[in-house]
Design a binder for this molecule. Structure first.
Ligand code: CDP
Length: 233
């Protein structure tokens, strides 16, 4: 039998980094949560639904979900310049799209729900940790949702398919190089709300890569549920 590929940090290909999930971390927010994959730590705060200003931005048919994602300056090795960037705007947008399908936006016309996601420590996979934290924070805020959203990055290190890549793995250049594929899906379903691919892969491996998110998302969902249940004791 072929020897199983071991990653530099000792993990098996399908093994996630240690998950830490907690809700209620920001008392002044309507809902809040933190979600960590190893050294990647995201916090999310939810405010609303509340009236939207300026009024011309209101949508009389539904609530607007407005996400702001950012890396804090001290979250990365080279200090990150504060303020929005093309990267943070793109991640804010894809996070909005990843979460919107589960939120009952039609029940709150003319309002906005603000979701603030900050990465306090980054070691790759920040958009996925941010989506997991935001999904929990929305539930913690009591906003009607049809389900939680679970997110993980999968990828390829040379020829090996792996889940939850670190920054070092994302930067891996040897052999066939690395591939980073951020996935979000509605918990316990085959409905995907984010498929964001970076790198190169043979088309015939795409389905295998996507399948790696099955068990990973189950594990993430259990951690999210456990954290939410802890506050309704
Ligand atoms: O974080 P994620 O994998 O979702 O997005 P990315 O744009 O692929 O970034 C990968 C990683 O690069 C981040 O998680 C950070 O560890 C690092 N990074 C950084 O060091 N400085 C930046 N300005 C942006 C990203």
């Amino acid at each position: 039998m072929a020897k199983e590929f071991k990653r530099k940090d000792g993990r098996k290909p399908t093994e996630l980094r240690k998950i830490v999930a907690k809700v209620g971390v920001i008392p002044n927010a309507d809902g809040s949560a933190m979600f960590a994959f190893g050294d990647t730590v995201a916090i999310a705060a939810v405010y609303g639904p509340r009236l939207l200003h300026p009024k011309h931005m209101e949508d009389p048919t539904k609530c607007i979900l407005r996400v702001n994602y950012d890396l804090l300056p001290f979250s990365v090795h080279d200090r990150k310049k504060p303020g929005p960037s093309r990267r943070s705007q793109e991640i804010s947008k894809v996070t909005e799209w990843a979460l919107s399908p589960v939120v009952d936006l039609k029940s709150f016309p003319n309002t906005v729900i603000d979701v603030q996601i900050y990465i306090i420590q980054a070691d790759a996979g920040t958009r996925t940790a941010g989506i997991n934290a935001a999904s929990m924070a929305l539930a913690h805020a009591g906003i009607p949702m049809k389900n939680l959203v679970c997110s993980v990055a999968v990828g390829k290190l040379d020829k090996n398919l792996v889940v939850d890549l670190t920054k070092e793995e994302e930067d891996f250049e040897e052999g066939e190089g690395s591939t980073d594929f951020a996935i979000a899906r509605i918990a316990n379903t085959d409905e995907f709300t984010l498929l964001q691919f970076d790198g190169k892969v043979q088309p015939e491996l795409i389905n295998d890569l996507i399948s790696l998110s099955d068990n990973a998302c189950k594990e993430i969902y259990e951690a999210q549920k456990k954290a939410l249940k802890e506050i309704i004791k």
